[in-house]
Design a protein around this ligand. Structure first.
Ligand code: EPZ
Length: 419
């Protein structure tokens, strides 16, 4: 297992290009299972979770070719309806094949997903939604088994917005008989991107991006081409890196409109943020100041930027309160940040961050994807060397992160083969 060795204390300056959004690419790739015909998906990021999803599609019998950021998928021949544990255990988003397989083949078996260690993450709302459409679902030997003689549209009210739950039920409803109305649906841009792709394939979906989504089932979907939206979490991560090192970073080929809550938090912390149509620039000529942040479903502050933002606030002047309202216990980065000298205490869903004058480099360990990003950012701002272990977590979701950070002036090297 490789480690990243960061020599901190450099101001990051320059321009970096946003990659395609992992969390849009994953459901879009899963949704190719819904119908025959060739789908050409571009702007697909080269991250490990995407590789895992493509492996999963291949196991199911789908033909996949990948050339740089473009993936061509032909799901005409689906041979298996079983998503094996080996693939799903490393990536929660494996559960996204449940809805499409069930709707297309009348049957699906998906191992209960693993993925990031960020508290209990059940999939009961996915299952409830599919049951509402007429599926019989059971849990057998660690595997969710769903069967149907044909799905039927129905009202599905989510207790709370769930991103992949909305995506799973929306995909299944595309081939159901009649109309499905999702209420309290997730409004994330990734849900909209998936809906746009499905609509291009002939699905009838109205209202994606709002809490009420109406899907009128159609008999079949056709192939289509689609470009994945830019990654808003990756964009926000580079903006935090620029601001907390007192630098100036422009992220291009992004959608600042998808990041309003994060941009407003950065402004609240005293960073200068300039947004254009397809790029955003952050500069922090002065020390940042404390700001309170509460994560929430879109359009709220994204939970996936909570760790990078915490790293930034560790160095701001004053005391910030971060409230994590989406995932229970998404604080695995906190003890590691303390190793760098950060003053953070956690009480339930709230973390109190007392800004300090400087962090000092130390060996730390990534425990999930975004925790890893937060620690890497802290290392970039800390004095001396930070050795970040378990970087495979980060490789699940950030494309060429070392190279991109080096392009901004970061001093990072990879040490091979260490845990
Ligand atoms: C998606 O996860 C993202 N993953 C996550 O990104 C992201 O953090 C999360 O949405 C929130 O924005 C993908 O898109 C592949 P949820 P998801 O269902 O869909 C509870 C990253 O780092 N819940 O919206 O799994 C759940 O426990 C990852 O890129 C249930 O109780 O999240 C959580 O508290 C990590 N039962 C809340 O809802 C369910 O059946 C929201 O989770 C489903 C969810």
């Amino acid at each position: 297992m490789d480690r990243l060795i960061v020599t901190g204390g450099r101001r990051l300056e320059g321009r970096v290009t946003a990659s395609g959004a992992k969390n849009a690419a994953l459901p879009i790739l899963a949704s190719t299972l819904l119908g025959a015909g060739e789908c050409v998906i571009s702007n697909v990021p080269a991250v490990r979770d995407v590789g895992t999803m493509l492996e999963l599609l291949k196991v199911l019998g789908v033909s996949v070719t990948r050339e740089a950021g473009r993936v061509t998928v032909d799901s005409t021949a689906v041979r298996s309806v079983e998503a094996p544990y080996d693939l799903v255990k490393t990536m929660r988003a494996g559960v996204l094949v449940l809805g499409p397989l069930l709707a297309r083949c009348g049957e699906a078996a998906v191992s209960l997903p693993g993925g990031c260690a960020i508290g209990p993450r059940p999939v009961d709302w996915h299952v409830d939604g599919l049951r509402r459409l007429g599926a019989a679902v059971s849990l057998e030997h660690g595997c969710i088994r769903a069967r149907t003689a044909g799905l039927t549209g129905a009202p599905v009210a989510f207790r709370m917005p769930t991103v992949t739950g909305t995506e799973n039920v929306m995909m299944a409803a595309c081939l159901a008989r009649g109309t499905t109305v999702l209420t309290n649906a997730a409004c994330e841009p990734e849900v909209v991107d998936l809906a746009d792709f499905l609509i291009a394939r002939g699905a009838k979906i109205d209202g994606a991006g709002s809490a009420r989504v109406v899907i009128e089932g159609v008999p079949a979907l056709r192939g289509a081409a689609h470009e994945v939206i830019p990654d808003r979490v990756e964009t926000g991560t580079y903006l935090c890196a620029g601001a907390m090192t007192g630098g100036r970073v422009e992220v291009d080929r992004c959608r600042p409109g998808h990041l309003e809550a994060a941009l407003s938090a950065l402004r609240g912390a005293g960073a200068e943020v300039t947004a254009a149509a397809r790029s955003v620039t952050v500069a922090a000529p002065r020390r940042l100041r404390a700001v309170d942040v509460a994560t929430a479903p879109y359009p709220g502050f994204p939970t996936d930027l909570q760790a990078p933002m915490m790293a930034l606030l560790c160095l701001a002047e004053g005391t910030s309160v971060i409230t994590e309202s989406v995932f229970e216990g998404r604080w695995l980065h906190v003890p590691e940040l303390r190793r760098l000298g950060a003053a953070v205490t956690v009480d339930g869903a709230r973390a109190v961050v007392k800004g300090c004058d400087g962090l000092s480099g130390a060996p730390v360990m990534a425990s999930d994807l975004r925790a890893g990003a937060g620690l890497l950012l802290a290392g970039l701002a800390a004095s001396g060397e930070t050795a970040l272990a378990r970087i495979y977590h980060m490789e699940r979701g950030y494309e060429r992160i070392e190279e991109k950070l080096r392009g901004l002036g970061a001093v990072i090297r990879r040490e091979r083969g260490r845990a």
